[in-house]
Design a protein around this ligand. Structure first.
Ligand code: MG
Ligand code: ZN
Length: 358
């Protein structure tokens, strides 16, 4: 009898506890992200982020993110990845060989997250400061055995369905081609609006490409606020009821580090930081936007050293003119952001994003 009473009590207690537990869970259940913004700092390892913190009197945008982790960047072929394979793993979740964009190691095209979100009815966009045919944007927009095939990649982009906004450089791959085809005229015929600069945009609802340079844009700060302005314009054009996916690249952090040029690196990081502030200001106001910031790999083997071994100075020291194998940071904000913590492989980023935006 005693046992039975205890059992009944336990049953009631369990029911009470679990009902209060579940209603709490429902209240705090993470909501799904309507919009996803991925920012890639090409070549941006932990030291590149720290170079900004070291030289900024103000708190940086990186310090606004509530969650952070690390991503392992090696490719299928090499311990040290290039941008093609590193970006491809982020874009589609498959390791591939250095030099390959948007394909697996058997040269089979793999759908990118931009393509998957477009299939779901979301608007999509890409904003970069390099040629739009360069490795990182190509990883999201195209599928090619070699990153060097800029003209083939431009052709694939020109025929792409499900892309709404594309801002960057690389006009020559569309108009000065070996096959003599003017892809820009062809795209106008298909309904695209195409310009040389952002202020020329008149219709926010049309598919729009801005190619602001023949190849890459100038380095920071010579290109002005192209990246933060292009980002703000892209968000304004893409924001809609069904949501959007936007990939933004700080393309030339990598270039400055290949050159072991610390002054330009800091300018590139300031430019990327300004862009992050634009994105976070929108995401905070919107409340339905997942923001993920990461890198394809580190460039330059950068560290900060005390040259006299007396703790008197902190000098930038690059240890290579190439890429390094060190893992890269991941920062996240918004619905699902808590998934991007700890040490992850670069191939895991896409599933964490897709799970957050279900
Ligand atoms: Mg790149
Ligand atoms: Zn590089």
């Amino acid at each position: 009898m005693k046992t039975r009473r205890l059992f009944t009590f336990l049953l009631i207690a369990t029911a009470l506890f679990s009902s209060s537990c579940c209603s709490n869970n429902e209240k705090s259940a993470p909501k799904s992200a309507k919009n996803v913004i991925v920012l890639i700092g090409d070549g941006m390892g932990p030291a590149q982020v720290y170079s900004l913190i070291l030289t900024s009197p103000e708190k940086t945008a990186f310090q606004r993110f509530p969650y952070s982790g690390f991503s392992i960047t090696k490719s299928a072929s090499n311990e040290i990845t290039d941008s093609a394979a590193g970006g491809s793993a982020i874009a589609n979740g498959k390791k591939t060989n250095n030099g390959v964009v948007g394909m697996d190691t058997d040269s089979i095209p793999v759908p990118s997250m931009l393509e998957m979100f477009s299939e779901q009815g979301k608007k999509t966009g890409v904003v970069v400061t390099c040629s739009v045919t360069h490795a990182t944007p190509a990883d999201f927009l195209a599928h090619n055995i070699s990153r060097q095939n800029n003209e083939e990649i431009a052709l694939e982009i020109s025929e792409k369905e499900g892309l709404d906004v594309l801002f960057g450089g690389g006009k020559k791959y569309f108009t000065e081609r070996k096959d003599g085809v003017d892809l820009i005229s062809k795209m106008w015929e298909k309904g695209w609006n195409i310009y040389d600069s952002l202020p020329q945009i008149e219709d926010n609802n049309a598919k729009t490409m801005v190619l602001a340079a023949r190849k890459h844009l100038p380095e920071a700060p010579k290109r002005g606020d192209f990246l933060p302005n292009a980002t703000a314009k892209a968000i304004e054009m893409l924001d809609n009821e069904k949501g959007f996916f936007l990939m933004i690249e700080g393309s030339q952090i990598d270039f400055a580090c290949h050159d072991n040029d610390s002054a330009t690196l800091v300018e590139e990081m300031r430019d990327f930081n300004k862009t992050l502030d634009v994105v976070l200001d929108f995401a905070e106001k919107d409340g339905n936007t997942l923001v993920v910031v990461t890198a394809d790999h580190e460039t330059g083997g950068l560290t900060f050293v005390d040259p006299e071994s007396r703790y008197t100075r902190t000098d930038f020291k690059f240890t290579t003119g190439s890429h390094s194998a060190i893992f890269v940071p991941v920062f996240s904000y918004g619905p699902g952001a808590e998934r991007f913590t700890g040490i992850m492989d670069n191939t895991e980023i896409i599933s964490k994003i897709m799970d957050s935006a279900k």
